[in-house]
Ligand binder design. Structure first.
Ligand code: PLP
Length: 395
């Protein structure tokens, strides 16, 4: 008989696009050589950690601290949490304090901690398509029910559609901005409007609804002003990480933050800490927390991504692709030239050694995702290829 859970088997199917592209890509690279494959499918940060991070890491490694490699408090080291609170205070109008920060195993670990803490079986979490497919697992891991609502065509919020999707069982809405896969940013107006819709639903149903704000691309921001979710809505849970801004995705350090005025803040924080422990994370990486604590600032400049964004946008525009110009992160999400995005992506991989991810992998068919977190010379070399592909497929 079957030895695996049918739920996880389904989830593996659903989430298999990025991995499938990775495996196909590896085959192509082995066969034709890396330099002959145009791989725009990956989400790994291309910019190395800043010099200050490297220096702090060396110091931390050499430091004679007792228990350097031992367990630390489940909530995280106070010095690391203080650094995060200071960073958030500089960015948002709300007040932050180390008591309300929980260090986590990436934003991914943090989101699992949040859903473990707030969901009862069958509780609904609204997800906005297109979204990072892991979100479905993060909700279902804790017996929640994902409810999908499309973003508008320009990837702003469709407040009417969100309002209609909210029910007496809605426990949270999960939003991600700057967005994977679109690279677009929600405006303050959008967030304020969402706040109003959520407060009205709380009133209508007599419930509490959380705005879970997934921010790992928050510092990869090019020309739009940073929106403030804490201003828009009181019951905001902020999840972020250092994966993309410091370029340390493999080191697995992130955090959850509540502002000091949030209702039931102490209880909520204590529950996050308990969930962090009992989900088996125990504590977020000790050594990385010590490094963070040593940095003068957690703010980083990332001109490398802006430059790639500009170049990629120029190439796609010149070729005639239909897309919304990204304002952050390192992805673009153009319309697939043919309606079947899966077929399109499979064909360009085979015919042109061009690797993309189908929109279907983000619950939004009819598009493809392109990552420009790749070497600049690869982007430059792809100019003619993107033209040729569109000419070939344009209906
Ligand atoms: N959220 C989004 C939208 C992402 O794209 C990712 C990673 O790609 C994550 C969360 C998880 O990142 P991490 O756990 O490395 O912080």
């Amino acid at each position: 008989g079957m030895t695996l859970s049918s739920k996880i088997t389904e989830a593996m199917e659903r989430g298999s696009w990025v991995r499938k592209m990775f495996e196909d890509g590896k085959k192509l690279k082995d066969e034709y050589g890396v330099e002959n494959v145009f791989d725009f499918s990956l989400g790994n940060p291309i910019v190395d950690p800043p010099a200050a991070f490297q220096a702090a890491l060396k110091e931390v490694v050499d430091e004679p601290v007792a228990g350097k490699h031992g367990y630390i408090p489940n909530q995280g080291l106070p010095a690391a949490r203080a650094k995060v609170a200071e960073y958030l205070s500089g960015r948002y109008a709300a007040e932050f304090a180390l008591e309300r920060i929980v260090m986590t195993v990436g934003a991914g670990g943090g989101l699992n901690v949040v859903f473990k803490s707030i969901l009862d079986p069958g509780d609904e979490v609204v997800l906005l398509t297109p979204f990072f497919m892991e979100y479905i697992s993060y909700v279902e891991n804790h017996l929640g029910a994902p409810v999908m609502v499309p973003l508008a065509d320009d990837f702003s919020l469709d407040l009417g559609a969100i309002e209609q999707a909210l029910t007496a069982k809605t426990r949270a809405i999960l939003i991600n901005t700057p967005n994977n896969p679109t690279g677009t940013l929600l405006s303050q107006d959008d967030l304020d409007g969402l706040g109003r819709v959520l407060r009205a639903a709380e009133e209508k149903y007599g419930t509490s609804i959380y705005l879970v704000y997934d921010d790992p691309y928050g510092q990869l921001l090019y020309d739009a002003p940073l929106p403030d979710p804490f201003k828009a809505y009181g019951r905001t849970v902020f999840a972020s990480s250092f994966s993309k801004d410091l370029g340390i995705a493999g080191e697995r350090l992130g955090y959850l933050a509540l502002d000091t005025n949030v209702e039931d803040g102490d209880l909520l924080t204590a529950t996050f800490v308990f969930a962090n422990r009992t989900l088996g994370f125990v504590n977020a990486p000790n050594l990385m927390q010590r490094v963070i604590a040593k940095l003068d600032t957690l703010e980083v400049e990332l001109p490398e991504y802006r430059m790639r964004r500009d170049l990629m946008v120029e190439i796609l525009r010149e070729a005639g692709y239909d897309f919304v110009t990204p304002q952050g992160g390192f992805f673009i999400f153009p319309k697939s030239p043919i309606p079947d995005d899966v077929a399109f992506v499979a064909q360009v991989a085979k015919e042109h050694k061009l690797l993309l991810v189908p929109g279907t992998g983000f619950a939004r068919p009819g598009y493809f995702r392109l990552s420009y977190s790749v070497p600049v010379e690869q982007i430059e070399r792809s100019r003619e290829l993107f033209k040729k592909v569109l000419e070939q497929y344009r209906l």
